[in-house]
Design a protein. Structure first.
Length: 186
């Protein structure tokens, strides 16, 4: 399996980081990482991770300016893409086909090749433009997955909430995480 992981500048870089951590030891999964300029700033502001440490977790890394990267072509075979977190700017670019950088181009290719695209959108409150862009993409089959906490799991820490959210995202690719607690009913 090959997955493209993109981290943009919205708050919540830890979600993209945790996805990389969950996948780094899975030999059957090849990760292709892109980090936007503001994603790098957010990583350094919100976490103790360095951009270099994340690059080392991925199998391949691409600069957001490299529109000649392998992942910018539909001929690059992959199983899908996750943008975690996804800014409203990135959402708007994807929704309107404005492929100004590799993240938006790779997402555009993912859509045109009918592969799975998951956007962990981060903004609140949402305005009509945000909602229209999400609806437009949802109607194309894109999965809009804001990182909303699940309290039925009775989390003991922020890590529990992050791991649950990441587990639900990776469920979309049939990737099982031991940290995911499933609802078993009442």
């Amino acid at each position: 399996m090959k997955l493209i992981i993109a981290i943009t500048g919205a708050t919540g870089a830890i979600f993209g980081i945790r996805i990389l951590e969950a996948l780094k030891d899975k030999k059957e999964i090849e990760t292709h990482l892109i980090i936007s300029k503001w994603g790098k700033v957010t990583i350094e502001t919100e976490t103790t991770y360095t951009v270099d440490s994340l690059i080392l977790m991925a199998d391949c890394y691409y600069s957001e300016d490299n529109l000649a990267a392998a992942i910018s072509s539909g001929s690059f075979k992959c199983d899908g893409m996750i943008v975690a977190p996804c800014t409203m700017k990135t959402l708007a670019g994807i929704a309107n086909g404005y492929t100004e950088d590799l993240i938006i181009r790779a997402a555009d290719v993912t859509i045109k090749e009918k592969r799975k695209l998951i956007l962990m959108v981060r903004e609140t409150p949402l305005n009509a433009i945000h909602l229209e862009n999400m609806l437009k993409l949802c109607n194309m089959g894109v999965i809009i997955a804001p990182p909303v906490p699940a309290f039925y799991t009775k989390p003991n820490s922020l890590d529990d909430l992050i791991n649950q959210t990441v587990g639900r995202i990776l469920d979309n690719f049939h990737i099982e995480l031991d940290t995911l607690k499933r609802w078993n009913g009442l």
